[in-house]
Design a protein around this ligand. Structure first.
Ligand code: CDT
Length: 300
């Protein structure tokens, strides 16, 4: 078997004026707790170093760039990489990336147990709206601030298996999971910042936790893979973000779920060999998939 303990390191709110160094100190504390509980992989949220800035309309480009990382690791984030190497744990982290060419992405990386970056993903499904909409109590300007990811849905060799990543809104799309499943992923890790209130359809607000679990459980089951989904949670700058970080088995069962809206570690023992329970049976792609009937899926 290929068993190990995985940790979801949920984070509570990050204030607008909280420094990267402070967020990293919180992450190191979570990583130490995860390691003490035997974890080999720690999964952190989307945009884990700062407040969820797409809720604000920021006109000034220099002001916007302030929320982005131009290098990884940086002097602020290096202590997290050093601690990972010292403890011998791998981790996943989301951050806003500003490339040397001046491109802006919502990005996530996989860092191995030596502290080396071994995988990168850039968010494909960018939610929200591109223009300032003053009627909203808060904005969701990912469509304005980020470019669509240009790396596809890559799968990486890590921890004795195949690991894929996606980011927040990606988890609601079956195509994300199918692409990762077709790529051979045995474990998918992701972070999210999901407001409890959805201004265009407030009648769905009470379904936010349900839709989170529905999406992750379906993605895991229908592709026979493990999933770890991790929130930045709680009331952040007056905006409520859901918690409910979870670890899901290839059967779709939830093995662990966060109980708070703050910094919290949850863990579960996973066995990558268990993907075969699903992938050699009900969802044996080779035997049962019918791609010749799915043309509409790739039509623009
Ligand atoms: N960060 C992110 O992608 N959040 C979205 C919010 C809903 S769309 C405005 C999500 O899918 O959870």
């Amino acid at each position: 078997s290929r068993r190990f303990i995985v940790a979801a390191a949920q984070m509570g709110p990050i204030a607008a004026d909280e420094s990267r160094a402070s967020a990293v100190a919180r992450m190191i504390a979570l990583m130490r707790e995860a390691h003490a509980r035997g974890a080999r992989l720690v999964v952190f949220p989307e945009l884990a170093l700062t407040s969820f800035f797409p809720r604000w309309f920021i006109e000034d480009r220099a002001e916007l760039a302030r929320w982005f990382e131009t290098e990884m690791p940086s002097s602020d984030t290096r202590p997290l990489f050093d601690e990972a190497a010292r403890l011998g744990v791998a981790f996943h982290l989301g951050y806003a990336e500003l490339t040397p060419e001046g491109r802006f992405f919502n990005t996530a990386i996989l860092v191995d147990e030596t502290g080396a970056i071994v995988g990168k993903y850039r968010k494909v499904h960018l939610p929200g709206h591109p223009e300032h909409e003053p009627w909203r109590p808060f904005q969701h300007l990912e469509k304005r601030y980020f470019e669509k990811g240009d790396l596809g849905f890559p799968v990486f060799d890590a921890l004795g298996g195949k690991l894929g990543m996606c980011i927040c809104n990606d988890r609601r799309w079956p195509e994300t999971w199918r692409m990762l499943g077709l790529g051979g992923a045995e474990l998918v890790v992701l972070g999210y910042n999901t407001p409890l209130h959805y201004p265009p359809a407030p009648e769905h607000d009470h379904l936010q936790y349900f839709h989170n679990e529905l999406s992750v459980q379906a993605g895991a089951y229908q592709n026979g893979l493990w999933a770890v989904a991790v929130a930045k949670a709680g009331r952040e700058e007056g905006c409520d973000l859901i918690g409910g970080s979870l670890i899901v088995a290839p059967t779709g069962e939830i093995l662990a779920r966060a109980a708070t809206l703050g910094d919290e570690v949850i863990t579960a023992t996973i066995d990558l060999d268990r993907c075969a329970e699903i992938r050699r049976n009900i969802f044996d792609f080779k035997q049962h998939r019918r791609p010749e009937e799915y043309g509409a899926l790739v039509a623009p």
